[in-house]
Design a protein around this ligand. Structure first.
Ligand SMILES: [Fe+2]
Length: 198
């Protein structure tokens, strides 16, 4: 008789995902390793995890896309945000201040990556061009390492229905650098959490 490994019957909820991210951070791994492990946990969540609770799936009536705060680490090490995208909704071209792990929960994301053509020597100015454009179906996970790596990108709903993605950031998740391609400029922007607003 062979012994089967025990398989947890417990659904992998977003709360369990958050607890796993906290446990990974508690281990004080080199950042690259920690981000890899967080991406593995995210893969588990977006491939058969429990559905997100309905309050995190509420869409803001007029925002360009909806950002609902799931969890802010009490030790300020990471933030988890559920993004809900209607048809044709998208972000600005942007970059983050720290690492980021993104998983597509449902729908299909269209991600456009950009590269800088300038040498970065003029503050506030950036000359960008598209370097790649990919469709990320439900279950896909992408991990971005922090500056000095640049990860300038734009995320869009790549389908016609509602898309949901779960983002984990190594910062409070309320600021990003937004790029204006036409003007060749960039600036810091504030980002909202729609589920915390009245
Ligand atoms: Fe992003």
């Amino acid at each position: 008789m062979t012994t089967q490994p025990a398989v947890s019957a417990q659904p992998y909820t977003v709360q369990r995902y958050v607890a796993d991210v906290a446990a990974i951070m508690d281990r004080n791994l080199p950042l690259e390793e920690a981000v890899k492990e967080i991406a593995n946990a995210k893969r588990r969540f977006v491939n058969g995890g429990a559905p997100l609770p309905p309050e995190l799936l509420k869409q803001h009536p007029i925002a360009p896309y909806t950002r609902n705060l799931v969890h802010r680490d009490p030790k300020d090490r990471f933030t988890v945000i559920a993004l809900v995208w209607g048809a044709f909704q998208d972000t600005a071209v942007h970059d983050h201040f720290n690492w980021c792990v993104v998983g597509v929960v449902s729908g299909c994301a269209h991600v456009v990556n950009y590269e800088r053509l300038d040498d970065g020597s003029t503050p506030g100015k950036a000359d960008l061009r598209v370097s790649s454009s990919t469709l990320q179906p439900a279950g896909a996970v992408a991990a971005l390492l922090p500056p000095p790596r640049t990860n300038i990108h734009k995320m869009c709903n790549g389908g016609r229905g509602v898309m949901v993605s779960l983002h984990t950031y190594g910062d409070p998740g309320d600021k990003a650098t937004a790029y204006n391609i036409k003007e060749g400029s960039y600036a810091s922007i504030d980002l909202r959490f729609h589920n915390l607003e009245p």
